[in-house]
Ligand binder design. Structure first.
Ligand code: FAD
Ligand code: NAP
Length: 332
Protein backbone atom coordinates (compact mmCIF):
# COMPACT_ATOMS: atom_id res chain seq x y z
CA UNK A 1 0.00 0.00 0.00
CA UNK A 2 1.33 3.36 -1.03
CA UNK A 3 1.38 5.77 1.93
CA UNK A 4 2.38 9.30 1.01
CA UNK A 5 4.06 11.83 3.27
CA UNK A 6 3.42 15.54 3.77
CA UNK A 7 0.37 15.96 1.53
CA UNK A 8 -1.34 19.36 1.12
CA UNK A 9 -5.02 19.03 2.12
CA UNK A 10 -6.31 22.19 0.43
CA UNK A 11 -7.68 20.28 -2.60
CA UNK A 12 -9.44 17.86 -0.22
CA UNK A 13 -11.80 20.34 1.50
CA UNK A 14 -14.42 22.54 -0.17
CA UNK A 15 -13.51 25.54 2.05
CA UNK A 16 -10.03 25.31 0.47
CA UNK A 17 -8.08 25.88 3.68
CA UNK A 18 -4.45 24.76 4.05
CA UNK A 19 -2.92 22.05 6.17
CA UNK A 20 -0.51 19.21 5.55
CA UNK A 21 -1.21 15.58 6.41
CA UNK A 22 1.84 13.84 7.88
CA UNK A 23 0.65 10.59 6.24
CA UNK A 24 -1.99 10.09 3.52
CA UNK A 25 -3.42 6.94 1.91
CA UNK A 26 -6.16 5.96 -0.55
CA UNK A 27 -7.19 2.34 0.06
CA UNK A 28 -9.25 0.77 -2.72
CA UNK A 29 -10.58 -2.25 -0.79
CA UNK A 30 -11.66 -3.25 2.71
CA UNK A 31 -8.66 -5.57 3.00
CA UNK A 32 -6.22 -2.84 2.04
CA UNK A 33 -7.85 -0.45 4.53
CA UNK A 34 -7.59 -2.99 7.40
CA UNK A 35 -4.00 -3.74 6.54
CA UNK A 36 -2.93 -0.12 6.59
CA UNK A 37 -4.71 0.61 9.87
CA UNK A 38 -2.86 -2.31 11.46
CA UNK A 39 0.42 -1.06 10.00
CA UNK A 40 0.13 2.30 11.81
CA UNK A 41 -1.26 1.45 15.28
CA UNK A 42 0.24 4.51 16.99
CA UNK A 43 -0.80 7.21 14.50
CA UNK A 44 -4.03 9.14 15.06
CA UNK A 45 -6.31 8.77 12.05
CA UNK A 46 -8.93 10.77 10.15
CA UNK A 47 -11.18 9.69 7.25
CA UNK A 48 -12.15 12.19 4.60
CA UNK A 49 -14.63 11.77 1.77
CA UNK A 50 -15.32 14.72 -0.55
CA UNK A 51 -14.34 17.21 2.19
CA UNK A 52 -17.66 19.09 1.81
CA UNK A 53 -18.36 19.24 5.53
CA UNK A 54 -14.94 19.82 7.06
CA UNK A 55 -11.90 22.08 6.90
CA UNK A 56 -8.41 22.28 8.34
CA UNK A 57 -7.09 24.87 10.77
CA UNK A 58 -3.63 23.33 11.07
CA UNK A 59 -1.49 20.43 9.84
CA UNK A 60 -2.78 16.95 10.59
CA UNK A 61 -0.20 15.10 12.66
CA UNK A 62 -1.33 11.59 11.76
CA UNK A 63 -2.71 9.39 8.97
CA UNK A 64 -5.43 10.79 6.70
CA UNK A 65 -7.47 8.01 5.04
CA UNK A 66 -9.16 8.99 1.77
CA UNK A 67 -10.99 5.80 0.71
CA UNK A 68 -11.30 5.00 -2.99
CA UNK A 69 -13.77 2.10 -2.80
CA UNK A 70 -16.17 2.01 -5.72
CA UNK A 71 -19.08 -0.09 -6.94
CA UNK A 72 -22.71 -0.99 -6.26
CA UNK A 73 -24.50 -4.30 -6.04
CA UNK A 74 -28.03 -5.54 -5.47
CA UNK A 75 -28.58 -7.34 -2.16
CA UNK A 76 -32.24 -8.17 -2.52
CA UNK A 77 -35.06 -7.43 -4.90
CA UNK A 78 -38.76 -8.25 -5.20
CA UNK A 79 -41.76 -6.71 -6.93
CA UNK A 80 -42.05 -3.82 -4.47
CA UNK A 81 -38.56 -3.04 -3.15
CA UNK A 82 -34.87 -3.25 -3.80
CA UNK A 83 -31.85 -3.27 -1.46
CA UNK A 84 -28.68 -1.83 -2.97
CA UNK A 85 -25.21 -1.76 -1.43
CA UNK A 86 -23.10 1.22 -2.53
CA UNK A 87 -19.41 1.55 -1.74
CA UNK A 88 -18.18 4.46 0.39
CA UNK A 89 -16.42 6.43 -2.34
CA UNK A 90 -19.27 6.47 -4.82
CA UNK A 91 -20.37 10.04 -5.54
CA UNK A 92 -23.63 10.63 -3.66
CA UNK A 93 -25.53 12.48 -6.37
CA UNK A 94 -24.47 10.02 -9.09
CA UNK A 95 -25.93 7.29 -6.90
CA UNK A 96 -29.17 9.26 -6.35
CA UNK A 97 -29.40 9.90 -10.12
CA UNK A 98 -28.95 6.16 -10.79
CA UNK A 99 -31.79 5.36 -8.36
CA UNK A 100 -34.11 8.00 -9.85
CA UNK A 101 -33.34 6.76 -13.41
CA UNK A 102 -34.42 3.28 -12.33
CA UNK A 103 -37.51 4.52 -10.40
CA UNK A 104 -36.14 3.39 -7.03
CA UNK A 105 -37.80 5.80 -4.58
CA UNK A 106 -36.51 7.18 -1.29
CA UNK A 107 -33.43 9.27 -2.05
CA UNK A 108 -34.80 11.84 -4.53
CA UNK A 109 -35.23 14.60 -1.89
CA UNK A 110 -31.51 14.28 -1.14
CA UNK A 111 -30.56 15.19 -4.72
CA UNK A 112 -27.48 17.35 -5.33
CA UNK A 113 -26.11 17.11 -1.77
CA UNK A 114 -22.32 17.15 -2.25
CA UNK A 115 -21.13 13.98 -0.56
CA UNK A 116 -19.65 10.56 -0.88
CA UNK A 117 -21.92 7.62 -0.06
CA UNK A 118 -19.71 6.78 2.94
CA UNK A 119 -20.16 10.18 4.58
CA UNK A 120 -23.96 10.21 4.18
CA UNK A 121 -24.68 8.23 7.38
CA UNK A 122 -22.05 10.16 9.38
CA UNK A 123 -24.19 13.24 9.85
CA UNK A 124 -27.40 11.54 8.68
CA UNK A 125 -27.67 13.94 5.74
CA UNK A 126 -31.07 15.53 5.34
CA UNK A 127 -33.00 17.89 3.12
CA UNK A 128 -36.58 18.67 2.11
CA UNK A 129 -38.15 16.64 4.90
CA UNK A 130 -36.09 13.45 4.43
CA UNK A 131 -33.11 12.07 6.34
CA UNK A 132 -30.92 9.32 4.93
CA UNK A 133 -31.60 7.19 8.04
CA UNK A 134 -35.12 6.65 6.63
CA UNK A 135 -33.76 4.30 3.93
CA UNK A 136 -30.56 2.80 5.43
CA UNK A 137 -30.67 -0.85 6.51
CA UNK A 138 -26.97 -1.55 7.08
CA UNK A 139 -23.71 0.39 7.41
CA UNK A 140 -20.54 -1.66 6.87
CA UNK A 141 -17.38 -0.42 8.59
CA UNK A 142 -13.80 -1.07 9.61
CA UNK A 143 -12.69 -0.01 13.10
CA UNK A 144 -10.22 2.85 12.65
CA UNK A 145 -8.08 1.70 15.61
CA UNK A 146 -8.00 -2.09 15.13
CA UNK A 147 -8.83 -2.69 11.45
CA UNK A 148 -11.61 -5.14 12.43
CA UNK A 149 -14.79 -5.21 10.32
CA UNK A 150 -18.19 -4.47 11.89
CA UNK A 151 -21.69 -4.12 10.42
CA UNK A 152 -24.22 -1.70 11.97
CA UNK A 153 -27.98 -2.18 11.62
CA UNK A 154 -30.01 1.01 11.34
CA UNK A 155 -30.74 0.98 15.07
CA UNK A 156 -27.07 0.51 16.01
CA UNK A 157 -26.18 3.69 14.09
CA UNK A 158 -27.96 5.83 16.76
CA UNK A 159 -29.07 8.30 14.10
CA UNK A 160 -30.24 11.73 15.23
CA UNK A 161 -30.67 15.13 13.58
CA UNK A 162 -27.35 15.65 11.69
CA UNK A 163 -25.70 13.09 13.96
CA UNK A 164 -24.85 9.40 14.40
CA UNK A 165 -22.55 7.10 16.33
CA UNK A 166 -20.02 7.56 13.49
CA UNK A 167 -19.90 11.35 13.91
CA UNK A 168 -19.87 11.20 17.72
CA UNK A 169 -17.04 8.66 18.06
CA UNK A 170 -14.95 8.92 14.88
CA UNK A 171 -14.10 5.26 15.55
CA UNK A 172 -15.22 3.71 12.24
CA UNK A 173 -14.40 3.96 8.57
CA UNK A 174 -17.59 3.35 6.61
CA UNK A 175 -16.81 1.10 3.66
CA UNK A 176 -20.31 0.66 2.18
CA UNK A 177 -23.97 1.38 2.90
CA UNK A 178 -27.07 -0.71 2.13
CA UNK A 179 -30.23 1.23 1.17
CA UNK A 180 -33.80 -0.14 0.98
CA UNK A 181 -35.76 1.68 -1.72
CA UNK A 182 -39.33 1.36 -2.99
CA UNK A 183 -40.21 0.56 -6.57
CA UNK A 184 -43.41 2.56 -6.34
CA UNK A 185 -43.13 6.36 -6.03
CA UNK A 186 -45.90 8.46 -4.50
CA UNK A 187 -45.27 12.13 -3.71
CA UNK A 188 -46.19 13.22 -0.19
CA UNK A 189 -45.90 16.90 0.65
CA UNK A 190 -43.29 17.43 3.34
CA UNK A 191 -41.77 20.74 2.46
CA UNK A 192 -43.65 23.78 1.26
CA UNK A 193 -40.78 25.18 -0.86
CA UNK A 194 -40.69 21.97 -2.87
CA UNK A 195 -44.46 21.90 -3.45
CA UNK A 196 -44.29 25.51 -4.66
CA UNK A 197 -41.51 24.64 -7.08
CA UNK A 198 -43.72 21.81 -8.38
CA UNK A 199 -46.32 24.49 -9.12
CA UNK A 200 -49.31 22.68 -7.65
CA UNK A 201 -48.59 19.39 -9.47
CA UNK A 202 -49.97 16.99 -6.84
CA UNK A 203 -48.75 13.86 -8.64
CA UNK A 204 -45.20 14.63 -9.83
CA UNK A 205 -42.97 11.83 -11.07
CA UNK A 206 -39.82 10.95 -9.16
CA UNK A 207 -37.81 12.67 -11.94
CA UNK A 208 -39.90 15.87 -11.60
CA UNK A 209 -39.20 15.93 -7.85
CA UNK A 210 -35.45 15.50 -8.40
CA UNK A 211 -35.41 18.20 -11.09
CA UNK A 212 -37.36 20.63 -8.85
CA UNK A 213 -34.87 20.13 -6.01
CA UNK A 214 -31.92 20.64 -8.35
CA UNK A 215 -33.47 23.91 -9.55
CA UNK A 216 -34.06 25.20 -5.99
CA UNK A 217 -30.57 24.25 -4.84
CA UNK A 218 -28.87 25.77 -7.88
CA UNK A 219 -30.74 29.03 -7.23
CA UNK A 220 -30.12 29.22 -3.48
CA UNK A 221 -26.68 27.74 -2.85
CA UNK A 222 -23.28 29.03 -3.94
CA UNK A 223 -21.07 26.95 -6.23
CA UNK A 224 -18.26 25.76 -3.94
CA UNK A 225 -15.84 25.80 -6.90
CA UNK A 226 -16.32 29.57 -7.24
CA UNK A 227 -17.08 30.52 -3.62
CA UNK A 228 -15.53 27.91 -1.31
CA UNK A 229 -17.95 26.86 1.48
CA UNK A 230 -19.15 23.82 3.39
CA UNK A 231 -22.93 24.26 3.14
CA UNK A 232 -24.93 25.32 6.20
CA UNK A 233 -22.39 26.09 8.88
CA UNK A 234 -24.65 25.73 11.94
CA UNK A 235 -27.33 23.20 12.86
CA UNK A 236 -30.83 24.54 13.44
CA UNK A 237 -31.36 24.87 17.21
CA UNK A 238 -33.99 22.83 19.06
CA UNK A 239 -35.76 24.72 21.86
CA UNK A 240 -37.92 23.76 24.81
CA UNK A 241 -41.34 25.40 25.18
CA UNK A 242 -39.94 28.05 27.60
CA UNK A 243 -36.96 28.81 25.35
CA UNK A 244 -39.30 29.14 22.37
CA UNK A 245 -41.57 31.56 24.27
CA UNK A 246 -38.56 33.70 25.28
CA UNK A 247 -37.37 33.81 21.68
CA UNK A 248 -40.80 34.87 20.41
CA UNK A 249 -40.81 37.77 22.92
CA UNK A 250 -37.53 38.98 21.39
CA UNK A 251 -38.38 38.06 17.78
CA UNK A 252 -42.15 37.83 17.23
CA UNK A 253 -41.62 36.70 13.61
CA UNK A 254 -39.19 33.90 14.47
CA UNK A 255 -39.60 30.77 12.33
CA UNK A 256 -40.74 27.95 14.61
CA UNK A 257 -41.39 24.33 13.55
CA UNK A 258 -43.16 22.09 16.09
CA UNK A 259 -41.27 18.83 16.59
CA UNK A 260 -43.36 17.70 19.57
CA UNK A 261 -45.10 19.16 22.65
CA UNK A 262 -41.91 20.37 24.30
CA UNK A 263 -39.55 20.55 21.32
CA UNK A 264 -39.44 23.29 18.70
CA UNK A 265 -36.96 23.92 15.90
CA UNK A 266 -36.03 27.43 14.92
CA UNK A 267 -33.97 28.62 11.97
CA UNK A 268 -30.29 29.50 12.40
CA UNK A 269 -30.38 31.48 9.14
CA UNK A 270 -33.15 33.69 10.58
CA UNK A 271 -31.20 34.25 13.83
CA UNK A 272 -28.10 35.20 11.84
CA UNK A 273 -30.07 37.70 9.76
CA UNK A 274 -31.59 39.27 12.87
CA UNK A 275 -28.20 39.41 14.62
CA UNK A 276 -26.88 41.55 11.75
CA UNK A 277 -25.11 38.87 9.72
CA UNK A 278 -27.07 39.11 6.49
CA UNK A 279 -24.47 39.34 3.71
CA UNK A 280 -21.84 40.42 6.28
CA UNK A 281 -18.18 40.18 5.46
CA UNK A 282 -15.24 40.37 7.82
CA UNK A 283 -11.94 40.38 5.91
CA UNK A 284 -11.80 37.31 3.70
CA UNK A 285 -14.72 35.46 5.33
CA UNK A 286 -18.43 36.27 5.22
CA UNK A 287 -22.02 35.05 5.00
CA UNK A 288 -23.38 34.23 1.53
CA UNK A 289 -25.57 37.01 0.15
CA UNK A 290 -28.55 34.71 -0.60
CA UNK A 291 -28.26 32.50 2.52
CA UNK A 292 -26.74 33.67 5.83
CA UNK A 293 -26.22 30.13 7.10
CA UNK A 294 -23.57 29.54 4.47
CA UNK A 295 -20.17 30.89 5.44
CA UNK A 296 -18.11 31.73 2.40
CA UNK A 297 -14.35 31.90 1.98
CA UNK A 298 -13.45 34.95 -0.12
CA UNK A 299 -9.78 34.10 -0.38
CA UNK A 300 -8.13 33.01 2.84
CA UNK A 301 -6.14 29.78 3.13
CA UNK A 302 -6.16 29.99 6.93
CA UNK A 303 -8.86 27.88 8.58
CA UNK A 304 -8.36 29.99 11.73
CA UNK A 305 -9.87 33.01 9.89
CA UNK A 306 -13.09 31.01 9.46
CA UNK A 307 -13.01 29.87 13.11
CA UNK A 308 -12.62 33.52 14.25
CA UNK A 309 -15.61 34.63 12.15
CA UNK A 310 -17.90 31.86 13.36
CA UNK A 311 -16.89 32.47 17.01
CA UNK A 312 -17.82 36.14 16.55
CA UNK A 313 -21.22 35.06 15.16
CA UNK A 314 -21.85 32.59 17.99
CA UNK A 315 -21.06 35.23 20.64
CA UNK A 316 -23.32 37.81 18.98
CA UNK A 317 -26.29 35.44 18.53
CA UNK A 318 -25.91 34.34 22.15
CA UNK A 319 -25.67 37.93 23.42
CA UNK A 320 -28.83 38.93 21.50
CA UNK A 321 -31.02 35.81 21.73
CA UNK A 322 -29.48 33.63 24.46
CA UNK A 323 -28.97 30.72 22.02
CA UNK A 324 -25.63 29.04 21.35
CA UNK A 325 -25.44 27.94 17.72
CA UNK A 326 -23.76 24.58 17.26
CA UNK A 327 -21.53 24.08 14.19
CA UNK A 328 -22.51 21.30 11.81
CA UNK A 329 -19.19 21.55 9.93
CA UNK A 330 -16.17 19.69 11.36
CA UNK A 331 -12.91 21.56 12.01
CA UNK A 332 -9.55 19.81 12.24
P1 FAD B 1 -16.43 14.89 4.44
O1 FAD B 1 -16.71 16.35 4.48
O2 FAD B 1 -15.17 14.45 3.79
O3 FAD B 1 -16.48 14.31 5.92
C1 FAD B 1 -17.51 14.70 6.80
C2 FAD B 1 -17.38 13.89 8.09
O4 FAD B 1 -17.60 12.51 7.80
C3 FAD B 1 -15.98 13.96 8.70
O5 FAD B 1 -16.12 13.90 10.10
C4 FAD B 1 -15.28 12.70 8.17
O6 FAD B 1 -14.28 12.24 9.05
C5 FAD B 1 -16.44 11.72 8.10
N1 FAD B 1 -16.32 10.75 7.00
C6 FAD B 1 -16.24 10.98 5.65
N2 FAD B 1 -16.21 9.83 4.98
C7 FAD B 1 -16.26 8.83 5.90
C8 FAD B 1 -16.27 7.42 5.82
N3 FAD B 1 -16.19 6.75 4.68
N4 FAD B 1 -16.32 6.72 7.00
C9 FAD B 1 -16.41 7.36 8.20
N5 FAD B 1 -16.40 8.68 8.32
C10 FAD B 1 -16.34 9.42 7.19
N6 FAD B 1 -25.65 18.30 4.32
C11 FAD B 1 -26.91 17.90 4.55
O7 FAD B 1 -27.17 17.10 5.46
N7 FAD B 1 -27.94 18.36 3.79
C12 FAD B 1 -27.76 19.24 2.78
O8 FAD B 1 -28.71 19.61 2.11
C13 FAD B 1 -26.43 19.70 2.51
N8 FAD B 1 -26.18 20.60 1.54
C14 FAD B 1 -24.89 21.03 1.32
C15 FAD B 1 -24.67 21.98 0.32
C16 FAD B 1 -23.38 22.44 0.05
C17 FAD B 1 -23.15 23.46 -1.03
C18 FAD B 1 -22.29 21.90 0.79
C19 FAD B 1 -20.88 22.33 0.48
C20 FAD B 1 -22.50 20.97 1.80
C21 FAD B 1 -23.82 20.54 2.08
N9 FAD B 1 -24.09 19.63 3.12
C22 FAD B 1 -25.38 19.18 3.32
C23 FAD B 1 -23.01 19.07 3.91
C24 FAD B 1 -22.31 17.87 3.18
O9 FAD B 1 -22.82 17.73 1.90
C25 FAD B 1 -22.54 16.54 3.93
O10 FAD B 1 -22.11 16.61 5.26
C26 FAD B 1 -21.82 15.38 3.24
O11 FAD B 1 -22.24 14.15 3.77
C27 FAD B 1 -20.31 15.48 3.32
O12 FAD B 1 -19.76 14.43 2.55
P2 FAD B 1 -18.22 14.28 2.28
O13 FAD B 1 -17.97 13.00 1.56
O14 FAD B 1 -17.69 15.51 1.66
O15 FAD B 1 -17.66 14.14 3.80
P1 NAP C 1 -35.32 26.57 4.08
O1 NAP C 1 -36.23 25.86 3.13
O2 NAP C 1 -35.07 28.03 3.89
O3 NAP C 1 -35.79 26.31 5.57
C1 NAP C 1 -35.09 26.87 6.69
C2 NAP C 1 -35.07 25.85 7.78
O4 NAP C 1 -36.40 25.62 8.22
C3 NAP C 1 -34.52 24.57 7.26
O5 NAP C 1 -33.25 24.41 7.81
C4 NAP C 1 -35.51 23.52 7.67
O6 NAP C 1 -34.99 22.58 8.57
C5 NAP C 1 -36.62 24.23 8.39
N1 NAP C 1 -37.90 23.80 7.78
C6 NAP C 1 -38.47 24.28 6.66
N2 NAP C 1 -39.64 23.66 6.44
C7 NAP C 1 -39.81 22.77 7.43
C8 NAP C 1 -40.82 21.85 7.76
N3 NAP C 1 -41.92 21.71 7.01
N4 NAP C 1 -40.67 21.08 8.86
C9 NAP C 1 -39.58 21.21 9.61
N5 NAP C 1 -38.57 22.08 9.36
C10 NAP C 1 -38.70 22.85 8.29
O7 NAP C 1 -33.93 25.81 4.10
P2 NAP C 1 -32.75 25.87 3.06
O8 NAP C 1 -31.59 26.37 3.83
O9 NAP C 1 -33.11 26.49 1.77
O10 NAP C 1 -32.50 24.34 2.79
C11 NAP C 1 -33.44 23.51 2.16
C12 NAP C 1 -33.20 22.09 2.63
O11 NAP C 1 -31.88 21.68 2.27
C13 NAP C 1 -33.27 21.97 4.15
O12 NAP C 1 -33.82 20.71 4.46
C14 NAP C 1 -31.84 22.05 4.60
O13 NAP C 1 -31.60 21.30 5.77
C15 NAP C 1 -31.09 21.43 3.41
N6 NAP C 1 -29.76 22.06 3.26
C16 NAP C 1 -28.79 21.68 4.12
C17 NAP C 1 -27.51 22.20 4.00
C18 NAP C 1 -26.41 21.72 4.90
O14 NAP C 1 -25.26 22.02 4.63
N7 NAP C 1 -26.71 20.99 5.93
C19 NAP C 1 -27.24 23.15 3.01
C20 NAP C 1 -28.27 23.53 2.18
C21 NAP C 1 -29.53 22.97 2.31
P3 NAP C 1 -34.19 21.27 8.08
O15 NAP C 1 -32.80 21.75 7.89
O16 NAP C 1 -34.31 20.37 9.26
O17 NAP C 1 -34.84 20.76 6.84
Amino acid sequence: MNVKHNIQLKPYNSFRTQGYAKLFCEPTSVEELSEIIKQYPDEKKLVIGGGFNLFFTKDYDGLVIHPQMKGTNIWYEDASLIEIEASASEDWDDFVAHCVDNHYAGLENLSLIPSTVGAAPVQNIGAYGIEVKDVITLVRTVNIHTGEQKDFTNQMCEFEYRDSIFKRTGDYVITSVVFRLKKHFAYREKYIDLSQELKGNKYPTIREVRDAIIRIRNRKLPDYNLLPNAGSFFKNPFLTYDEKEKLIKLLPNATIHNVNENCFKTSSAFLLDKAGYKNKRNGLVGTYEHHSLIIVNYGTERGQDIVNFIEEIRQEVHAQFNIWLEPEVRMY
